[in-house]
Design a binder for this molecule. Structure first.
Ligand code: GLU
Ligand code: ZN
Length: 491
């Protein structure tokens, strides 16, 4: 039997870490076992449907480089892959359950259900549907329905016994039938299915072999098993994944930081880092190995290595992976990936000029080690691509140096600059050393105002390289500007 697994998002919100983890595990399991990975869009909740959420599913997985074998855009023999295009099937199968007596029509109005809930709340009594319509004789129910009375279809949950299933990770999960959601709706009055009905019918007809999904779906498990039994179908194998938590032991949420993929992408995370880190949330290869590329996981992933325990999402750890993957990029590749972040800050033309492109490429070696994320680049490169930095006179002063002295240093440096760009770093260093001797001060003291003048900061990448990247014209103008500020300060 060949493996067929699916990711079945509802397009109601942005793709987040938990969903992506589910998708990746299904995808890697399919790849590693020579099976198929299916994307199915569970879009039957028309009120919560959001077309941007659908686009976000495509964008997220395109960005991660994850392709499904069957589903929207890919096609396949088990479609359509949008539940909203499969409603005839759901209606037909809901009817079958009514015909066999395993489901029934319920005519309760919204008003009656509301009253029922109020009454239950007052009495502190049981929750859920009171099975009011469960015993309407089928002939009568059919007649009412035929006359056009609005109705839903509910599953007749047995009042006795219990229902269970085996979860590959968690073991046996068993629930007394009387504790299962009493007679849940399968088909709504608008003819649309509920999640339970559509999900079970699709998993069956799409021949899904393993259901890997978040643990929050465990409570639905027994109900789904009852549905499989009602249809006389075999249940797939279940594997509910451990929760992803924040560092406080609560389910990962916005309170902890970014959770949607679009935020991580915008924050300058590499897809390689996300894939690697997210794959370790509830899975491990062995006790030590941490680095996994997408293609490693496509080969190595097995269900046996899933962990039962909840996984803690560690933002620092993700950042650490990100730094590693940033350092693994070739210079040209990294430069290309930085473009959108530099455009966002208006630091480069779109497309960049040939000169900008070259400068960017040349600046990679001096910033690469300092990048935790691609988004850090704009701050580090602003002095190269942006306007002259801002600073006050005191920023330009080395320790125990007056404005007049610092001004003198800069005036002398100005004389060196015309030759600077034609010399090697060694040649320039010799010039600056000679100058420091002439001025009777340490080399550091004359480089300090120069550094601030050109880069706007007391700590910058290596100074001579920074100056070369800024270029002659801008460097001279910045020294001029700094000299002006100092001369004002000197009075
Ligand atoms: N549409 C459900 C969700 O959004 C699918 C759950 C399942 O995998 O069965 O998570
Ligand atoms: Zn009813």
């Amino acid at each position: 039997m060949s493996v067929r697994v699916r990711y079945a998002p509802s397009p109601t919100g942005l793709q987040h870490i938990g969903g992506v983890r589910t998708a990746l595990f299904n995808y890697f399991f399919a790849r590693a076992s020579g099976g198929k990975f299916i994307l199915r869009i569970e879009d039957t909740d028309r009120e919560r449907y959001d077309p941007r959420a659908l686009q976000d599913i495509y964008d997220t997985f395109d960005w991660l480089g994850i392709q499904w074998d069957e589903g929207p855009r890919a096609g396949g023999n088990y479609g359509p892959y949008f539940q909203s295009e499969r409603t005839d099937l759901y209606r037909e199968y809901a009817q079958k359950l009514v015909a066999s007596g395993q489901a029934y029509y319920c005519f309760c109005s919204a008003g009656r259900l509301e009253q029922m809930r109020e009454q239950q709340a007052l009495e502190g009594a049981g929750q859920g549907y009171d099975r009011h319509c469960r015993n309407i004789p089928p002939v009568e129910a059919l007649a009412r329905k035929e006359k056009g009375e609005p109705c839903v279809i509910r599953l007749r949950i047995p009042l006795e016994g219990s229902t269970g299933f085996h979860d590959r990770l968690i073991g046996t999960i068993e629930r007394a039938n009387k504790d299962i959601n009493p007679d849940p709706v399968l088909l709504k009055s608008d003819g649309f299915p509920t999640y339970h009905l559509a999900n079970v019918i699709d998993d069956h007809f799409m021949e899904i072999t393993h259901i890997m999904r978040a643990q929050e779906w465990i409570p639905s498990g027994p109900l789904h098993v009852l549905l499989y039994q009602a249809f006389g179908w075999e249940t797939p194998e279940y594997c509910h994944l451990p929760m992803v938590m924040g560092d406080d032991g609560q389910k990962l949420s916005k309170r902890h930081g970014s959770t949607s993929l679009i935020e991580f992408r915008g924050g300058g995370y590499l897809p390689e880092a996300i894939i690697n880190y997210v794959s370790l949330l509830g899975w491990s290869y062995d006790d030590s190995r941490q680095m996994f590329s997408r293609s490693d996981l496509e080969q190595l992933f097995t269900l046996d290595k899933l962990n039962k325990a909840a996984a803690v999402f560690d933002y620092k750890k993700l950042e650490w992976f990100n730094g590693i993957y940033i350092r693994e990029c070739s210079e040209a590749d990294l430069a290309r990936r930085l473009l959108p972040f530099l455009w966002e800050e208006n630091l480069l033309g779109n497309p960049p000029s040939a000169r900008e492109e070259k400068t960017l490429l040349d600046s990679i070696p001096i910033i690469r080690e300092r990048l935790h994320s691609l988004a850090d680049a704009a701050g580090l490169l602003r002095f190269i691509f942006g306007d002259a930095p801002d600073y006050a006179a005191e920023d330009l002063l080395p320790k125990k140096t007056s404005a007049a002295e610092a001004l003198r240093f800069l005036e002398e440096i100005k004389n060196l600059m015309p030759g600077f760009f034609d010399k090697t770093d060694e040649g320039n260093e010799a010039d600056f050393r000679a100058l420091s001797e002439k001025l009777g001060t340490r080399l550091g003291n004359i480089l300090a105002p120069l550094r601030v003048a050109v880069t706007g900061s007391k700590v910058s990448p290596p100074l001579f390289e920074s100056i070369r990247l800024v270029g002659k014209e801008k460097t001279l103008a910045r020294i001029e500007k700094a000299a002006g500020i100092l001369s004002k300060a000197a009075g």
